[in-house]
Design a protein around this ligand. Structure first.
Ligand code: IVH
Length: 715
């Protein structure tokens, strides 16, 4: 039988001297290692499977005969390749989006109505949907070229994911090659990697006996297993995959969502059996109830039902908002609830100085996860009243010692749903919210318009400084492997290698090298390899994308999406910085330009400008920038579109599409849609009934198109 010891020993290897065996071992080990690298890391196999197996068997047999040659480092002892240091990044050809969430039935009828309105469909025109379980795993994009799997990427931030191709190849549900005929030359299949309950229980039992990490839930286990640097570990984990969507595709799979799912199944993918086609909201809600009723016996976690418009031509017309499609919605299952006692209220100081009350709870299991903290939002929430004494809806009078009901919705931090006043201890006192920062004793003040009390200590408040640094290294910011929240806490107070501000991260290696006596690698919790990896990860981030840098600065009101907008507008750090330094709040050309960006309001604009005009902040930014090479933004513009960069105004009645659709399509093609005609307008699209705008356009000599001419122009 193939693979038995007898057959696997190479006849010529018998009776070798120790020295000859050693030489042969070196040669075989090198060849196997090279083949592993080629297969797992470079995705370019150099040997056929049969040749590889033969080579590896020969190495194993040789070690069996000469046990002194065996070692943990030998490729005979490993299934895959040595881990690559980090995952390479992959920019998705088509962005990986998330879904709008709904919790109430009424939101589903709203969804149907909104789509009808957008498309200009009457209340009784047919509009079909699909309903399918929302799998609670992590999404993966699989790129096939000529039917072969060439790349697998995690979602990442939606724009850029991690290359996990070698790991994806180990998942049995992922076909390679694709099956059947009529396969598009390029096909990106998207779906969810997940772990079944039984496999999860077995894995955790195994982890327990080996003293390895216990996973909190199947989703974490699936994510941890897919994001393994060593594909051999992924191979040993029972991962599964459901296909439910696609990205780039050279030729459509079908005309409908349901047809496309059927095609994915023919191509060799697992698709979810509970997927069905529904004629309208009533059918969708019935499907939701049925799927919810069967949830406990499915054998894997789902957290809702996803509804999608079935007709792909309508999907295309509906298009996307900034991060979610208009043609789909996730109807989530209600969050799980549990009662427990509020033991204490701690005040945490955030990176913007906000004092956030946190409930410390008697630990309780909610939806398979032990919860011991919950957010209490702000001081008014705990008081149940605003600063003028008016009761706040959703807010509760909460006191230490109370019994509270907690819930988790998705990945967000647990919240309080209810307070049981009948169980309140007789001596429970209203919580006295501090007016001094608990960390640095600076005054904590509240602007009249703000619900949040803030520490005025700035970067001299250690809590603010640490939180700013944690934000700086977080996933959507610098994302430095090996330098997470825990390490930031450690380095912040470190007497030898302190990190007190972002620039210090980039001098860490240099400072360590200059100190021959107390090397980082000799400290507890570090070693040669982890320090090398850390320094390399830091080096890697000297080149940083502009949007990540802007987000990392932790400017109040500037989240990930806003940072992307700013980056896409200013394109380079130099241009952005120069504009912010020249800008004044509420006046001048720079202010006008900043606030003209769709999605940038006065509050955000003021906050950004303030950051660049505060001496201490400015200097900190300068010190940081000195260590970086900022990569210019590469906005996804449809450059071949004839209207990219042009300003368009719509007026009058449009007959082929609604105003909303016309605007969204123009924007998707890179045009700016304005509300009024000015010298900056490039086109006026005028339907019947156009009035003053048409006159203004004529006066300014602006090109006027009717709806058909506009459609012809944009193709
Ligand atoms: S469709 C453009 N269908 O849910 C829309 N997503 O909350 C692409 N998910 O990132 C997603 N089951 O990871 C879709 N049947 C399903 C899904 C599903 C789970 C996940 C997916 C997505 C997230 C959004």
């Amino acid at each position: 039988m193939a693979g038995t010891k007898e057959e696997s020993s190479h006849p010529a290897d018998a009776g070798l001297t120790t020295q000859a065996a050693k030489a042969l071992h070196d040669e075989l080990a090198r060849a196997v290692a090279a083949a592993n690298r080629a297969y797992f890391q470079d995705d370019a196999p150099v040997l056929s499977d049969a040749d590889y197996d033969a080579l590896k068997r020969r190495l194993v047999a040789l070690e069996a005969r000469h046990p002194q040659l065996a070692s943990a480092e030998s490729p005979a002892a490993q299934i895959g390749a040595a881990p690559s240091e980090t995952f390479a990044k992959i920019r998705h050809a088509v962005r990986m989006l998330s879904l709008e969430n709904a919790f109430e039935d009424s939101e589903i009828t709203d969804f149907d109505e909104r789509i009808r309105k957008y498309l200009g469909l009457g209340a009784h025109a047919p509009l079909a949907f699909t309903a399918e379980p929302k799998i609670d795993g992590l999404s993966l994009s699989l790129r096939y070229e000529q039917g072969r799997l060439v790349q697998a990427a995690t979602r990442g931030d939606g724009e850029t994911g991690e290359n996990v191709t070698a790991n994806a190849r180990t998942i049995a549900d992922i076909p390679d090659p694709l099956q059947g005929g009529d396969i598009p030359a390029v096909l990106e299949v998207r779906g969810e990697v997940y772990m079944a309950h039984s496999d999860f229980a077995e894995l955790n039992a195994r982890q327990q006996t080996t003293g390895d990490k216990i996973f909190a839930n199947p989703r974490n286990a699936a994510a941890g297993s897919l994001r393994q640097l060593d594909p051999a570990i992924t191979a040993s984990r029972p991962l599964k995959f459901f296909a439910y969507a696609w990205g780039e595709i050279s030729r459509p799979l079908a005309d409908t969502q349901s047809g496309a799912i059927a095609r994915l199944r023919e191509l060799g993918f697992q698709t979810n059996d509970l997927t069905l086609r529904a004629e309208g909201p009533a059918d969708l809600l019935a499907a939701y109830r049925r799927i919810e009723a069967g949830r406990a016996t499915l054998g894997y976690d789902i957290d809702g039902v996803v509804y999608k418009v079935d007709d792909l031509a309508l999907q295309a017309r509906l298009g996307f908002r900034s991060t979610t499609p208009r043609w789909a919605i996730a109807h989530k299952f209600p969050a799980e609830l549990a009662w427990t006692r509020l033991e204490a209220i701690d005040i945490q100081v955030g990176r913007t100085g906000a004092l956030s009350p946190v409930a410390r709870l008697l630990p309780v299991t909610v939806g398979g996860v032990v919860v011991s903290n919950a957010t209490l939002h702000n001081e008014d929430y705990i008081a149940g009243r605003d600063s003028k004494g008016a009761a706040i809806r959703e807010a509760k009078d909460i006191r230490i010692g109370d019994w509270v009901q907690v819930y988790r919705a998705g990945d967000v931090i647990p919240k309080i749903a209810d307070v049981d006043l009948t169980r309140r201890p007789a001596d429970a006192q209203p919580f006295a919210f501090p007016h001094l920062c608990p960390e640095c004793r600076s005054d904590a003040v509240r602007e009249p318009s703000d619900s949040v009390r803030r520490c005025t200590g700035g970067m001299s408040c250690p809590a603010q400084a640490v939180e700013k640094l944690k934000h700086f290294v977080s996933r959507a910011a610098f994302d430095i492997e090996g330098l997470g929240a825990r390490q930031i806490e450690m380095f912040f107070d470190d007497p030898i290698l302190p990190i007190r501000e972002p620039a210090d991260i980039f001098t860490l290696a240099e400072r360590d090298a200059a100190n021959p006596l107390q090397k980082l690698k000799n400290r507890d919790g570090f070693g040669e390899r982890s320090v090398t990896n850390l320094f390399r990860a830091i080096e890697d981030r000297r080149g940083i994308a502009l949007n990540r840098l802007i987000f990392a600065l932790g400017i109040r009101h500037v989240g990930e999406a806003a940072a992307q907008l700013l980056a896409n507008h200013y394109l380079t750090w130099q241009a952005f910085e120069a504009a912010m330094l020249a800008a004044r709040i509420g006046e001048g050309a720079e202010w006008a330009e900043l606030t003209s960006i769709n999605g940038v309001g006065d509050v955000m604009a003021s906050s950004v400008i303030n950051t660049f005009h505060q001496g201490a902040e400015r200097e900190m930014i300068d010190r940081l920038i000195a260590h970086l090479t900022v990569e210019p933004a590469r906005p996804r513009v449809v450059s071949e579109s004839p209207v990219a960069g042009k300003t368009v105004v719509f007026t009058g009645t449009l007959e082929k599409m609604t105003r909303a659709e016309a605007k969204a399509r123009a924007e998707a093609l890179g045009a700016r849609v304005a509300g009024s005609v000015s010298a900056k307008t490039d086109f006026l699209v005028a339907g019947p009934g156009a009035g003053s705008k048409a006159k203004a356009a004529a006066r300014l000599g602006i090109r006027v198109l009717d709806e058909d001419a506009w459609l012809a122009l944009i193709g």
